[in-house]
Write a protein that binds this ligand. Structure first.
Ligand SMILES: [Ca+2]
Ligand SMILES: [Ca+2]
Ligand SMILES: [Ca+2]
Length: 428
């Protein structure tokens, strides 16, 4: 129960074990005489016991125990449940996505940002750029602590000049373009939550690393991913003093009907594997086509790496969107992607639809799960990052809400349930 970070005053008494009550008594004699079975001494030094009797209702048992001499206090043996949290963001009412994945319950365990060792959790949004000055994003954009902005020097020695917030692989510089698509995706991962403005991301708090690299050109894609890979390697090798604790990439782009095994795309799989080895899962959007991509192929979602989480698009009725790919072997999971309200450039927000919108729910969830994971999982993520990543993916896949529309069409057969995944990893 202590796993739930809820203030005692906010507990919901939602359920109780029939006829079990907790009493504080000077001794157990009167209780025994009155027919109470002393089940357990909970805190012997304070005279607190768990007792049971044959009354049909808790209220009757409580009232009977209260009537006894020497009994100082009686209460129900309540079971706590995760209480739903409602953030105050202006457009929350339009955000069906977080609601359907159980984010409100998951947020009882934490709202993102840091792991149990207080390290920042970073999600790399590999896209066409991001409006890093958007009022609902700027607090959650990653900052490279080792880099002095705008001095024309590579202060942290990673070979990239002035890379303060991320990287632009199109132009080989640190200027992050303001991309509409990437801004929307970024907001789904981590628009600042509960600040009264716009929307909330899956994470209220997280560090988003914008990497401009979504492209049909493999060279650009590889350079973008390589930036992420090198930052994570640096973070691991310096014990967190340099680099970035990237746990997930979001890739809401791809090549329709392409085979990952073809020579020109084979290296894509290699980079997902390399990132996986340092504990980075890659959430990838499958095609916006009513296709079985096991048959048609797709890059990257038909690539074989275990570190890819291939995502398709479900709507608010938990149906597979009419223009979204599936694949029993290659498409892992569904997530909200239809009419998703999120941030767009110029301090705006709007609805967009696509596997592009589904995928950042998963990338955001990966970041979120690292933030609520148990200390044992955090330790594993440092000592064996690849194993931790696979364990996290397995938990996410095993805790989905099964959907008729995704049965036999996806590996997991369901849509993300963030609350269940969060509870599982918090007990890892
Ligand atoms: Ca640098
Ligand atoms: Ca610099
Ligand atoms: Ca907000």
């Amino acid at each position: 129960m202590s796993l739930f970070r809820i203030a005692l005053s906010s507990l919901l008494i939602s359920q109780a074990y029939a006829a079990d009550v907790i009493v504080k008594a000077q001794n157990t004699k009167a209780l025994s005489l009155a027919g109470f079975e002393i089940k357990e001494a909970l805190i012997p030094s304070l005279g607190i016991y768990l007792v049971r009797d044959q009354q049909k209702s808790i209220a009757a048992s409580i009232s009977k125990a209260r009537s006894l001499a020497g009994v100082d206090g009686v209460m129900a043996n309540s079971v706590m449940q995760l209480r739903a949290i409602t953030p105050n963001d202006a457009s929350w009412s339009q955000q069906w996505g977080p609601k359907i994945i159980g984010a409100q319950q998951a947020w009882e365990l934490g709202t993102g940002g840091h792991n149990s060792d207080h390290d920042d959790v970073v999600v790399a949004v590999v896209d066409n750029g991001s409006d890093i000055n958007h009022e609902d994003l700027k607090a959650n954009i990653w900052v490279n602590a080792g880099e002095i902005p705008g001095n024309g020097k590579d202060d942290d020695g990673n070979g990239k000049i002035d890379d303060v917030n991320g990287w632009n692989a199109y132009n080989n510089n640190a200027e992050i373009p303001v991309g509409m698509h990437g801004t929307h995706v970024s907001g789904i991962v981590g628009a600042e939550g509960n600040n009264g403005k716009y929307t909330t991301g899956v994470n209220w708090d997280v560090k988003i690393m914008p990497v401009a690299a979504s492209s049909g050109e493999t060279a650009v894609v590889l350079k973008g991913y390589n930036y992420v890979l090198e930052q994570k390697k640096l973070w691991l090798s310096t014990g967190g003093r340099k680099g970035a604790n990237v746990v997930s990439t979001n890739s809401s782009f791809g090549v329709d009907a392409a085979k990952c095994t073809d020579a020109e795309y084979k290296v894509w799989n290699d980079i997902y594997e390399a990132m996986g080895q340092v504990g980075i899962l890659s959430a990838a959007a499958t095609a916006n086509q009513a296709w079985d991509i096991d048959a048609t192929g797709d890059v990257p979602t038909s690539c074989e790496s275990d570190f890819i989480i291939a995502v398709t698009n479900t709507d608010k009725n938990d149906n597979l969107y009419r223009q979204a790919g599936w694949g029993k072997t290659h498409v892992d999971i569904g997530a909200p992607g239809t009419d998703v309200f999120s941030t767009v450039p110029g301090n705006q927000a709007r609805n967009l639809t696509g596997t592009s919108m589904a995928t950042p729910h998963i990338a955001g969830a990966v970041g979120f799960l690292y933030s609520v994971a148990s200390p044992a999982f955090t330790a594993l993520a440092k000592s064996q990052p690849a194993k931790a990543a696979k364990e996290l993916k397995k938990i996410m896949m095993n805790t989905v809400d099964p959907l008729n529309d995704l049965k036999g069409k996806t590996v997991s057969g369901g849509r993300l349930n963030l609350a269940k995944a969060a509870q599982a990893i918090s007990k890892y």
